[in-house]
Write a protein that binds this ligand. Sequence first.
Ligand code: SF4
Ligand code: SF4
Ligand code: SF4
Length: 277
Amino acid sequence: MMFIDHGPGKSIVRAAVRLSWPIMTAAKRLSNVPFFKWLIRPFFMRPYNELTSIPIQVKVDSPDSVVLPRRILERLLTDVDDIFVLDECICRTHNRTDIPPQNIGCMALGPAIHRIHPSHGRMVSTDEAIRHMHRAAEAGLIANIAHVWIDPVAFWTRFRDLMFICFCDDRNCLYRTYMKSRGPTLDKAYRRLPGMNLSVDAGKCLGCGSCTESCFLAAISMVEGKARIGESCAGCARCVETCPSGAITLTFEGEEALYKGLLMRIREISELPVRDT
Ligand code: SF4
Ligand code: SF4
Ligand code: SF4
């Protein structure tokens, strides 16, 4: 009966991740190869793959104040009813690392969470969800709003009723790793939140190249000894943290505009019920 009420339990999902890991990494590499790239493309494109970074780990200057991007996730978590926190990050568990901690898992949102097997974690209140998100931010993790085909397949839920907020690091995440070697057809797999902008102050840039190494999308190039951020930038702000001279700045128009941009993105891709308070 449990198997009918819920999708598969933790051990089955872990096994599925073990099996799919080499397939996903090979797919990213092959996305550069003629023929394969067209086969692989739909799995990394709308409507089956939509990833939006929220740089909860940094503070950002807005016109009126210094704002924490995590404020917009606090608002989202306040505006949805169904929140389920996974008690482990499946990627870090798969890689057997506890740095960052394995027990900071993804969050699932939406009516579909009632189909997630209880062995994965538990339903939480808004306050618990917000505390979990702050813990992820303090651990330096980047939030990703993820509406990706692999999640309903893994948890046996309806795709449009489910949204994930993943708390990802750069070394272990199945989504973030191996993206540097992707082909151009995967350039839109990650999309920047509307209203968020990054810029390089050429006067401050030392030309050290640390930002190019830290960018998981290889979105930064060096032009005449200065960093230049390209179109494929997802706005994760890892380069902002890495730059030793503070030359890279992340700005947005204000909390309200950013939150509206997030709601617009969510409504474009899912049927997640969100109150707009
Ligand atoms: S997607 Fe991110 S949070 Fe989710 S399991 Fe992978 S690394 Fe962990
Ligand atoms: S890390 Fe900073 S100083 Fe170094 S190249 Fe990038 S922008 Fe310039
Ligand atoms: S350029 Fe910076 S903000 Fe953009 S994806 Fe790369 S590391 Fe993230």
